[in-house]
Design a protein around this ligand. Structure first.
Ligand code: NAD
Length: 270
């Protein structure tokens, strides 16, 4: 008889940037799969606390933790609070991200730095803390085959160049190599490191690209599968990558993009 045990039972996760969009959906899906979840937010406590309430009302475990992922001390505190609440941390979903778009000639150093600090340095700080924790936890009583797993929220722009967004594309390109290099480094510790590359997902980050009928039509031309993605499309991929079903998967990026990275411009012979 197939097991009805939730795939992430007794597991504990930290999801950064989980008060909106993809992070919120990922945190909720992980909780539904049995994970205890630290719901990180930077500046929006209300949706984070509402999510925590939804999870605990259903009998799950969750806490909300304020932290800015670009600040070293905040990241340390985030992991300390999660460990104190759940006794362990088995999964990091490093999801926080920002966009500060401008043509290169108009891009301020501040906007360059903000995007690199949050989208790339934030990934480094969180991954470093996760590796330290995973290594320090005893093997006995582990809820998963791996000693810990990291999922970095990347983007199709880890491979697709993006004019007018060079800070964002440079950061996501960095996430691609951070994921692969880190996976190589920590695989002998039994730690898995992967990335998810969403395409166009319906969240606050890209509201403008969907706002008008014209913008939507233009966007849909880039998506062979013919629809905008939903945060839950990404959340289901994250649950799988976090679970033992993906135990032999490390150092790769799972594209959840309706085919956006398949060079759709070449559909009609280029
Ligand atoms: P979103 O704006 O809803 O989510 C981003 C989250 O990051 C927010 O909750 C925000 O508070 C948080 N955040 C920002 N700065 C932070 C900081 N310094 N510390 C902690 N948290 C911080 O947008 P989203 O689409 O859900 O984005 C989530 C991730 O998915 C991002 O990394 C984004 O680059 C990536 N992504 C999104 C899409 C898409 O189409 N929506 C496509 C590709 C990649």
């Amino acid at each position: 008889m197939p097991s009805t045990r939730p795939p992430l039972q007794n597991h504990a996760a930290i999801v950064t940037g989980a008060s909106s969009g993809i992070g919120l959906a990922v945190a909720e899906a992980l909780a539904n799969a049995g994970d205890a979840v630290a719901v990180n937010y930077r500046s929006q406590p209300v949706p984070a606390e509402e999510l925590v309430r939804r999870i605990t009302d259903r009998g799950g475990r969750a806490i909300a933790v304020q932290a800015d992922v670009s600040q070293e001390a905040d990241v340390t505190r985030l992991f300390e609070e999660a460990s104190a609440a759940f006794g362990r941390v088995d999964l990091l979903v490093s999801n926080s991200g920002v966009q500060k778009d401008a043509a290169v000639a108009d891009m301020s150093l501040a906007d360059w730095n903000t995007v690199i600090d949050v989208n790339l340095t934030g990934q480094f700080l969180c991954a470093r803390e996760a590796v330290r924790r995973f290594r320090a936890q005893p093997a006995a009583g582990r809820p998963a085959r791996s000693a810990g797993a990291i999922i970095a929220m990347s983007s199709v722009h880890e491979i697709i160049p993006w004019a007018g967004h060079i800070n964002y594309a440079a950061a996501k390109g960095g996430v691609r190599m951070l994921t692969r290099s880190l996976a190589q480094e920590v695989a002998p510790d039994g730690i898995r490191v992967n990335a998810i590359a969403p395409g166009a997902i319906r969240t606050p980050i890209n509201k403008e690209a969907r706002d008008s009928e014209e913008a939507l039509t233009k966007l849909l031309r880039l998506i062979p599968y013919g629809r905008i993605g939903e945060p839950e499309d990404v959340a289901r991929a994250a649950v799988w990558l976090a679970s033992d079903d993906a135990d032999y998967v490390t150092g790769t990026t799972l594209f959840v993009d309706g085919g956006m990275s398949l060079y759709p411009e070449f559909r009609d012979n280029g």
